[in-house]
Design a protein around this ligand. Sequence first.
Ligand code: ADP
Length: 482
Amino acid sequence: MTDFSHLVREANLIGGAWVGADSGTMIDVTNPATGAVIARVPNAGADETRRAIDAAHAAFPAYAALPLNERVAMLRRLHQAILDHQEPLARMMTAEQGKPLSEARAEVGSSAAYVLWFAEEARRIYGEIIPSPVAGRRLMTTKHPVGVVAAITPWNFPSSMLARKIGPALAAGCTVVVKPASATPLSGLVWGHLAEQAGFPAGVVNVLTGSARAIGGEIMTNTKVRKITFTGSTEIGKDLIRAAAGTVKRVSMELGGNAPFIVFDDADLDRAVSGAITAKFRNAGQTCICTNRLYVQSGIYDRFTAAFAERVTALKVAPGDEDGAEQGPMIDEAAVEKMENLLADALEKGGQLVTGGGRHARGGLFFQPTVISDATPAMRFSSEEIFGPVAAIYKFETEDQAISLANDTEYGLAAYAYTQDMRRVFRLQDQLGYGLLGINEVLIVTPEAPFGGIKESGMGREGGRQGIEDFLDLKYTCIGGL
Ligand code: ADP
């Protein structure tokens, strides 16, 4: 087994120094598969955050003024540093987060890919020359880094969520203060170590762990922070949007989802079943683009449910570092209890248990991959994010009905549909109220494409050529008297 201890940082990176919390207190990092404490990280608060922001603010002018080629070279070295450590980084992630090693390796690879993508995009931060309506003037726009960026990220994708924020921020010429989730801080702290290896100057990348309220409070009120980029729950996201008003910070939000997965009668059944397995059970169902509601048309409903349940029953539930593991533990006890509550509610309201149904025999935070059929809009998981390995199947009759059921939510992140009818595909594209559409495909996230939601799922885009725009201020200049 590859050791990852050389990548564990039990300190915060502030202004180029690895330091503890002022209070000296630490937070335990546990392995959700075993409950064992694997590391301890500082429990930092508002004062440490202020110093990190000051460091980022002080480092900003010189970093922003670096020749573009130097910034690109650093990003390329960061990309390479991630790839050089892919295996230990993946093992570290599995140890603190629980996901199967195959998924952790893929996530680390994707982090590297985002950094490379934004290294390339750094060279395409174009302005415009605007035709002047009158003689003797030259009108133009130019783009400039916004300044100090604060990034707050969740525990479900502890590496790639940071890649999609740190990558474009550094590419744009911004400096960053990062707060990873307390459940998975190691995959966040290591970004500081890798950034140092890649040669980023002191203060350009700062990483803090500790109280979300204290760190978040300072970030949101500090006038030196010009942008907040957040991935997490809609509830906290709304708080941060409100708090951003005080200093009119730029805001990017990647919030919750309630993804519909629609299977039409004409779907390729095998493909739809495989897609549903991935879209539902990846990361034990703990992703914001995970399928939350499976809508299956009546003509294919029985066949789909049977084939899907067979695959679900066969999923290998095991610690993420065990060979062939397909579903690891859930992140914590509260997440497991939420599954129990959602299931009890659905069964009480007429849902049929097809497979699974409770805690897994492995004990601890392991939960059985579960399928409930005959789901209805009255059940809690119709409107709440499940965020776990419970699949709810609803029957529908017509395309219009499926679209209206799918759109009946305040969320608008990802939607999936399986059909062979191209005319229907374009109707779905027009009518589904989601920022991301997967048609006959579920692994749709890639650095080249813009990721993000509409409605209460958020604002702004990560990845794609759009992903750097949120880190840039647009200036318009008019030169007269020519
Ligand atoms: P999740 O349920 O996915 O963890 P949260 O929104 O609770 O989603 O947390 C996402 C990130 O936001 C974590 O890093 C968490 O520590 C942080 N966070 C939670 N509460 C606050 C807050 N009040 N202010 C700033 N950050 C917060």
